[in-house]
Design a protein. Structure first.
Length: 332
């Protein structure tokens, strides 16, 4: 696998899909780690009619964590934040995490730097966590700035960056660091009883994390698109293992729109292991939107490698029964 900066490959109109998925995954991490219930989770809405809210975790009556999107303007690209709120405060934003400060250095490692805190409580949290100062002379930091500029994030942001949360760490380490930061913020700002907030490591779940990491890596490799249709809406894009017997390696993964994922799992569409073109079951002959997929070549990966495991593809091709079945819809 080539060591490429995959963020550079994201199209400008698609990069926001990666950050939106990232926000959902991070909110899921703290939901699982702290045992927040479905009754505490709200979906959708707006905050003060300005920011689009995707998820809210209600801690208590006046305390919450929101995953939201700052309103897009022609001058400023779309930005996503995870923000801790205390509605009792005159300025309820007690701490905010700008997801644009998180970038991926290659397909499997992350850099996440944090802005200089201004509230006394947040300064104390940074001390408790022993966060390292950013060294602006390192190759890591210079590459970080380059990646953010590639995504058209405001260059002046770098002047405010002061601490390292993770630097060239895997998804698992990033999640652990994020959970520890969340715990410290909730306790320091009095959002929870310090003696009651416990990280439930048994709920974190290795397989769930592996699936999330798998999804994020595929989003970068395939430019956040369904490999058949090019659909980019985050809520309908799913990471699919070609072979259920295979693991979460990239050679066993593609992104599919949710309806196509179900058809793929049901062996009603298949990918030719030699040509990488789509074949469609005769059961879908009357459905024009699916019939017209026959012969389409799947989208290539951003690393121009497209090295899907041919054995995995052959396994699914055989399971669908395409070979020798003349009534399947295939390209000539």
């Amino acid at each position: 696998m080539k060591n490429l900066n995959l963020m550079k490959g994201l199209k400008m109109e698609n990069y926001h899909a990666f950050y939106k998925n990232l926000g959902y995954e991070l909110m899921n991490e703290i939901t699982q780690a702290f045992g927040f219930t479905d009754q505490q989770i709200e979906r959708g809405g707006y905050y003060e009619n300005r920011e689009k809210v995707y998820l809210t975790i209600k801690i208590e009556e006046n305390y919450s964590i929101k995953f939201l999107e700052w309103r897009d303007t022609p001058e400023v690209p779309r930005r996503f934040y995870i923000i801790f709120f205390n509605e009792n405060e005159p300025r309820p934003y007690v701490f905010q995490l700008d997801l644009s400060l998180l970038v991926t250095n290659d397909v499997s490692s992350f850099l996440w730097y944090l802005n200089r805190p201004t509230k006394a409580e947040n300064i104390e949290v940074f001390k408790w966590l022993h966060l390292s100062p950013v060294d602006r002379e390192t190759a890591n930091y210079k590459n970080y700035c380059e990646l953010r500029q590639q995504l058209n994030f405001v260059h002046q942001d770098e002047k405010l960056i002061s601490k390292v949360l993770v630097e060239n760490k895997k998804w698992d380490c990033l999640c652990d660091s994020f959970i520890e930061l969340t715990k410290a913020m909730l306790e320091k700002h009095g959002m929870v009883n310090k003696n009651e907030l416990v990280i439930n490591h048994s709920q974190v779940g290795k397989e769930r994390r592996d699936q999330a990491d798998f999804r994020l890596r595929l989003l970068r490799l395939y430019d956040c698109q369904c490999v058949i249709t090019g659909e980019t809406t985050p809520e309908v894009i799913e990471a699919v293992r070609i072979s259920k017997a295979g693991g979460f390696e990239l050679e066993n993964g593609i992104l599919l729109r949710s309806d196509l994922r179900r058809l793929f799992d049901a062996n009603l569409i298949a990918i030719n292991p030699d040509t990488k073109k789509i074949a469609v079951s005769p059961q879908l002959r009357s459905r024009t939107e699916y019939k017209d997929l026959k012969g389409k070549h799947i989208i290539e990966r951003q690393d121009n490698d497209n090295e899907l495991d041919s054995d995995y593809l052959q396994e699914r091709w055989d399971a669908a029964g395409v070979t020798g079945a003349e009534n399947w819809l295939t390209s000539s």
